[in-house]
Ligand binder design. Structure first.
Ligand SMILES: Cc1cc2nc3c(=O)[nH]c(=O)nc-3n(C[C@H](O)[C@H](O)[C@H](O)COP(=O)(O)OP(=O)(O)OC[C@H]3O[C@@H](n4cnc5c(N)ncnc54)[C@H](O)[C@@H]3O)c2cc1C
Length: 333
């Protein structure tokens, strides 16, 4: 049985966090035992992966559960298709690396996203024009209230941009234990985003795209091991076409991405940068010098200070552009 012990919870933002009873569950039964423990004591239950998308309170009371099962395997569905089964505790990037090494296409654009496999469906991780939803076949979960196993198909997950049923209706109510992905041997490069196409050959191998994605990310994003951060601090806002037209008349160079339903997605980083925040420092926190969408922690700060800076940025963008930004990382505790 996994021990419930007090622990310092490492997190990519580098905020100090003390978990009262931390359990790293290495089997399904241990997950169920941890859930029963939280239910019996009616104490709060916190489910964490790699804590790369969380803004943690200094103290987490109750049970903090991390799924630590980290195996993966695959089966060949046909000559082209590979079905990959990955347990929740496996680091996401390790899975991407292993699949790319085998020449399988599908998740190469999602290289270097921090965190564990189990968190990937929660906000439907995405990067460089690809989302988890593009390759996901099923998500296996355990219900927190009664320990029941369930399997969600891709449709059941109600995926949207940085969103899923697990982030909304089922938030905190299920533990993801495994995901099933459908990858392919058939080349399917997706190079339409940013300058990826310029960095690879005309008919690139999957490894080439993976390398290019890793290189771009290393150039643009701060490494949390060096400078605390939670990746993009705000999601890209989606606004109505009429508002986008008005803004584009005033700011013709504003990046904008028309959506299938007629709405328009804007680049939150551009809006923040145009309010003069890029590279600015406010005490222990600041806005990253190469990517205005990332708030960074220089050390010694606390969550209130970070949230105050985020609110200041949100208010300034709202006043300048009439666009409300939404925070991406979730508060815990
Ligand atoms: C430098 C950096 C770059 C990033 N780039 C991207 C990017 O390009 N695209 C992108 O989409 N995200 C990005 N992120 C955000 C983050 O990496 C992803 O959201 C990732 O999926 C979070 O994984 P995690 O294991 O750290 O989850 P955590 O931060 O621990 O948890 C996130 C949420 O998932 C829930 N959760 C975690 N594990 C489980 C589980 N097993 N069962 C149920 N719920 C669970 C938690 O309760 C919480 O609500 C970035 C973050 C950083 C720091």
């Amino acid at each position: 049985m996994a021990l419930a012990e007090a622990a310092i919870l490492e997190n990519t933002l580098g905020l100090p966090c003390h978990a009262e009873r931390f359990i790293a569950a290495t089997t399904h039964d241990e997950v169920r035992t941890a859930l029963a423990m939280a239910a019996r004591d009616t104490s709060p239950l916190h489910i964490v992966g790699g804590a790369s998308n969380l803004i943690l309170a200094p103290r987490l009371s109750g049970v903090t559960l991390q799924v630590a099962c980290d195996d993966w395997w695959w089966e060949e569905s046909d000559e082209q298709t590979i079905r990959v089964y990955a347990q929740a505790g496996l680091p996401w990037h390790d899975l991407v690396t292993a699949c790319v090494e085998r020449g399988w296409w599908g998740i190469e654009n999602l290289a270097l996203i921090p965190g564990h496999v189990g968190a990937a469906p929660i906000q439907n991780i995405g990067a460089y024009g690809v989302e988890l939803a593009d390759v996901l076949e099923a998500v296996h979960v355990i219900h927190c209230d009664d320990g029941r196993d369930a399997v969600f198909s891709r449709d059941d997950c109600e995926f949207a941009y940085r969103d899923s049923i697990f982030k909304r209706d089922l938030a905190g109510r299920v533990v993801v234990t495994q995901v099933v992905l459908r990858l392919s041997r058939h080349p399917s490069p997706r190079l339409g985003y940013g300058d990826l196409a310029k960095r690879v050959s005309v008919h690139p191998e999957v490894q080439e795209i993976f390398d290019a994605v890793c290189a771009v990310r290393r150039e643009k994003l701060p490494d949390p091991a060096v400078l605390g951060n939670a990746g993009s601090f705000f999601t890209n806002p989606v606004i109505e076409a009429t508002q986008a037209e008005r803004l584009l008349r005033e700011y013709p160079a504003m990046p904008h991405f028309p959506q299938p339903d007629g709405s328009v997605k804007l680049a939150a980083g551009w809006l923040i940068e145009h309010c003069g925040f890029k590279g600015a420092r406010f005490g222990a926190f600041g806005v990253h010098e190469r990517q205005a969408l990332v708030l960074v922690h220089f050390g010694g700060g606390d969550r209130q200070e970070l949230l105050a800076l985020a609110e200041h940025i949100r208010d300034t963008v709202q006043q300048a552009f009439g666009v409300m930004l939404e925070r991406e990382p979730r508060l815990m505790g």
